[in-house]
Design a protein around this ligand. Structure first.
Ligand code: NI
Length: 252
């Protein structure tokens, strides 16, 4: 049994979501935590969480949305948190300097505002950080009570240890199955007690399906690769990652 701790589910990417959910269940995926991270996908994710018992969600504005988010959009976030008990966290939120730093000021401001919301409602955060490690760590340190998931972790062992010391777990997805990836070194160095399984579907499909559209049904391929790296059974990967996921997101 597995929980996909981070993925996206939208009619824009999948024609038949009923079928996707059925395939997930057939592959031992007990629950999925979808992320709505734009104005539209937040509303769509809320609808999907109402429709499917096994869909939980995190909501929060992605850094790429920073220039469009208004005060009223942050209010919407808060009103949803107050009224929807399937919301288990805030995210994905963070910083993304991959396409330049022009919007870094706005990104940092939006990031801090959402961390304040997480702090106020005692919710974990799902962090998106790309080419922005230094600023991400600096800002997270301003919120020592906030904890969460560094989604799609791809930094060094040293950076992994910094996040862990700050109360964060690391989201490991399909990249760990790629032949050219060094992510196995992180998995080895960190150990199963700090890892979460995620697909980030529809992106980053694991081998041997790399290049095709991703979905949560491929979580066992990621678990299998982690079991090989750590020389433990797939059942142990399931057991520990479920424990990590349930305690982080306060799931039963
Ligand atoms: Ni994502």
């Amino acid at each position: 049994m597995f929980i996909d701790t981070h993925c996206h589910l939208s009619y824009e990417d999948y024609d038949n979501i009923d079928e996707i959910m059925k395939e997930n269940r057939e592959n031992g995926i007990d629950r999925i935590i979808i992320s709505g991270c734009t104005k539209n996908t937040i509303l769509e994710s809320i609808e999907l969480s109402k429709k499917y018992d096994d869909v939980f969600l995190t909501i929060g504005y992605h850094p790429s949305e920073a220039s469009t988010i208004q005060e009223e959009d942050l209010k919407l976030l808060e009103s949803q948190i107050q009224n929807n008990d399937k919301i288990v966290g805030i995210g994905e939120i963070g910083l993304d300097y991959h396409y330049g730093k022009e919007e870094s000021f706005k990104q940092k401001e939006l990031f801090r505002r959402q961390l304040m919301i997480a702090q106020e409602y005692h919710l974990p955060v799902v962090i998106h950080t790309r080419d922005a490690t230094e600023d991400t760590i600096k800002i997270l340190k301003e919120f020592p009570d906030v904890y969460g998931d560094i989604h799609c972790f791809n930094g060094s062992i040293e950076v992994a240890k910094i996040y862990i010391s700050m109360g964060y777990k690391l989201g490991i997805g399909g990249v760990v199955t790629f032949k050219n990836s060094n992510l196995f070194k992180i998995v080895e160095a960190v150990g199963i007690q700090y890892l979460l399984l995620e697909t980030d579907a529809p992106y980053l499909t694991p081998e041997p399906f790399r290049g095709k559209k991703n979905s949560s049904k491929y979580i066992p391929l990621i678990a299998k690769r982690i079991s090989e790296i750590l020389d433990i059974t797939i059942e142990e990967v399931s057991k520990y990652t479920l424990k990590n996921t349930k305690s982080l997101f306060d799931l039963k």
